[in-house]
Design a protein around this ligand. Structure first.
Ligand SMILES: Cc1cc2nc3c(=O)[nH]c(=O)nc-3n(C[C@H](O)[C@H](O)[C@H](O)COP(=O)(O)O)c2cc1C
Length: 355
């Protein structure tokens, strides 16, 4: 599955995007090798590596890997998985030409955003002040069980911080057992009175996705036009959203199911009961997103069904007791997501502390 213009196949890309560390091999002008572990981010055309040394300690251009690249831009990067079960071993090696992107280059900003999106640690480091190594991929080789789910359990907080919203996927199937693992995690979400007021619809078929996209797109078009948006902008946004639905290998629709909740004689308490159900649906969604990330999958959240629940119910032929709330897209990321993910500092979020 490798288009003529692509150096990496979709499987190789998916494997590479999932890895947190790789080894970068450079050689000096006389061919003497140098090989170090690196953090990296992957974009469709290039691989980026930050230089996290403080500019004042050593001029970064004194670093051996950089001197080598300046003398000899030909490099190799390998990302691998080791496991005692050797049926799970795999690696992807990329060869190409490396160059240094200086801080004033346009691509430098995009590379820093990608790297910070993948590694939260970079948010605290002034990597924007240093050049970034960019590797233009020219050749790739791979071996082993690239598709095996990641087996090393990662600490929970690493998974929480590593998860990110993905909006573009590779055309790769997601095994059924991995989707089951994601839904199993959702099943264990906390819920009011333990009633689990949510149900899941799993959508894989092209024609079902198309029906859903048509139904939701129609409603959105009406809303955007009502807002007086420029027609060209409306078309572009609709097409983007449609592509997101059609290109995601799996969609999971989360529906609210209120039938088993407590019934109150007054509207106020009934509303609170419903709010609790919505809160619980959010918890189920987050469990699903984390389980997806932990299984080597990527995921995104789309709120579109909230704006047109009846249309979704009709398009999928759902029971009217189900209220469509959120769509999770599941698949393998086409690259590290370009959007910057920053967070409000914790001290600004804690508004009261009884110390
Ligand atoms: C209730 C809810 C609705 C969301 N709806 C959308 C959506 O419709 N489209 C989208 O691209 N992202 C949506 N997101 C994802 C957020 O944009 C994303 O979580 C946020 O930008 C932080 O990025 P991160 O998930 O990569 O950390 C939604 C998230 C939540 C919690």
């Amino acid at each position: 599955m490798k288009a003529a213009s692509e150096v990496l196949s979709a499987r190789e890309t998916a494997f590479l995007v999932r890895q947190r560390v790789a080894r970068l091999a450079t050689a000096d002008a006389r061919g003497r090798p140098h090989n170090i572990p690196v953090c990296f981010a992957s974009a469709p055309g290039a691989i980026y590596i930050a230089l996290d040394e403080k500019p004042k300690d050593v001029p970064v251009t004194r670093l051996k890997r950089l001197r080598n690249i300046l003398d000899n831009p030909s490099v190799a990067l390998v990302a691998d998985r080791y496991a005692e079960d050797w049926s799970l071993l795999a690696f992807v090696m990329v060869r190409g030409n490396a160059e240094l992107l200086e801080p004033d280059a346009d691509e430098h900003g995009a590379a820093v955003r990608l790297l910070r999106g993948k590694y939260h640690q970079y948010e605290e480091m002034r990597i924007e002040e240093n050049p970034v190594i960019s590797i233009r991929r020219e050749k790739a080789a791979s071996w082993g069980a690239l598709d095996a789910p990641e087996i090393t359990p990662q600490p929970l907080l690493d998974a929480v911080r590593g998860r990110r919203s993905v909006r573009a996927y590779l055309p790769l199937d997601v095994p059924e057992e991995v989707v089951d693992r994601v839904l199993e995690a959702a099943r264990w979400a906390p819920s009011p009175h333990g009633r689990q007021p949510w149900r899941f619809a799993v959508i894989r078929k092209e024609d079902t996705k198309t029906r859903l996209a048509d139904a939701m797109g129609g409603e959105w078009r009406n809303n955007l036009e009502m807002d007086g948006q420029d027609l060209e902008v409306v078309e572009k946004r609709l097409e983007g959203s449609r592509r997101r639905l059609l290109d995601a290998p799996v969609l999971v629709l989360l529906c609210l199911y209120l039938e088993d909740l407590d019934a109150y004689p007054d509207a106020g308490r009934q509303r609170i009961e419903t709010t609790m159900a919505v809160q619980s649906l959010g918890a189920a969604a987050q469990n699903a997103l984390l389980a997806a990330y932990d299984s080597g999958l990527d995921a995104g959240w789309m709120c579109a069904p909230l704006f047109c629940p009846e249309r979704v119910t009709e398009a999928l032929g759902l029971d009217p007791t189900l209220v469509p709330h959120a769509l999770l897209t599941l698949g393998y990321a086409a690259g590290d997501p370009p959007r910057r993910r920053s967070r409000i500092p914790l001290e600004d979020l804690i508004i009261y502390q009884d110390l």
